[in-house]
Design a protein around this ligand. Sequence first.
Ligand SMILES: Nc1nc2c(ncn2[C@@H]2O[C@H](COP(=O)(O)OP(=O)(O)O)[C@@H](O)[C@H]2O)c(=O)[nH]1
Ligand SMILES: [Mg+2]
Length: 456
Amino acid sequence: MFATDDTIVAIATPPGPGGIGIVRLSGPRASEIAAAILSGPGNLEPRRATLTHALEPSRQRSIDRVLATYFPRPRSYTGEDVVEISGHGSPVVLRRIVESATAAGARLAEPGEFTFRAFLQGRMDLVQAEAIHDLVTAVTPRQARVAFDQLEGTATAAICAVEDALFNVVARLEASLDFPEEGYHFVDAKAAGVEVAELADRVRRLIASSRQGRLIREGCQVAVAGKPNVGKSSLFNVLCGVQRTIVANTAGTTRDLVTETIHLAGIPVTLVDTAGIRATSDAVEAEGVSRARGAVEAASAVVVVVDRSRVLDQDDRVLLRQTEGRSRLVVANKRDLPTAWSAEEQLEVGSGSPLVETCLIDGSSADTIREALLGLLEGKAPGRDPPAISNARHIGLLTSAETALRRAAAAAEGGATEELLLVDLEEARRALEEVTGKRTPDAVLERIFERFCIGK
Ligand SMILES: Nc1nc2c(ncn2[C@@H]2O[C@H](COP(=O)(O)OP(=O)(O)O)[C@@H](O)[C@H]2O)c(=O)[nH]1
Ligand SMILES: [Mg+2]
């Protein structure tokens, strides 16, 4: 996908003016190119910041006063020779330094190319390379925490432990195949099946813990639904902390979808305020209702708002029935007014999902709703430790590995031969190795690295 034998250059700091800007060079000629574009005699001393000047290609004039550091391979970010040149954070200055470097023989780096080289040179595995991307694009501190842990190797360690155990079973099964005449089986298919079933359970636990990880990494969408005038827009505004959407006592005010992203304990939650869902003959309102239904369908969780100061009617009941079985929070609103519900109706509304009673004319119920919503999203036992796995690609591959392991375990129990077992075990190994990048198709690598920005 990328050439790997040349020397690449790019601005490593974000676009726009800043205090400092960094130009990074990596490749076999990094040191030589640096010497050509910096003033002063000869090469840079390894791992020492040197105050010098970056020069125009003609070497007649300085572009900027810079601090240059040479990181010889293999102990550099990419594993190759790297030179980092810190200048003033001026886009014009940095671009001119890059131009000097290209004039001296460097090539402009593609997006993600530095990290790709680090991966190729074995400085990090694929999971860690992906974690770099997650870390630099993290929006909440919790996202940054999960990404940093993965960069430090938590996910890699968990996956490699399974890989090692699997390798061990495979090796013993192969030995039994290779030396049948010894009359001594290193492991028979049945016994191997038991071990494989245990491995499948281990993979299952990793996948289970990834639910929260994925929530933190990707966030989720929560639709606020209910019939008109129950307080949906009020709830939306209370959670957003601003008057984002119109609140009015005219039924049918909100007609389009209004969305806003909030952070709940480090999870990015996109809230969608919807039109009140009811039977209507007004064409515009009907379109709003249909969009509202779509948003409810698409969301990973729904907040159903019901007005407890008015009798429970058909519109409420239909919506409650339609959202049954979904990840759902029911909000019984207008607690400040006398309730119009009987004890049975109160029970009916609260059955099957958590229920909170609120008053949404001010922000007094905000914390109650936030807590209930977080409980709903994170599940019953929010993990104290950050989850090891959070990336959908990893979860998909782990799921394939588990399927193959379960198939092998079942086959072993049914008396399958070693050869048959090895086919499934090999498939599980391939899936695990694709996670860490030991065996990952080029097309997948390309997709991963092209999401990076230039200079990463
Ligand atoms: N008394 C009272 N009125 C509320 C409460 N929440 C919302 N309202 C009022 O109910 C009306 C409809 O609110 P709105 O948020 O626009 O409802 P929506 O149509 O479901 O989006 C507005 O006049 C709000 O001020 C509440 O907790 N108590
Ligand atoms: Mg509204």
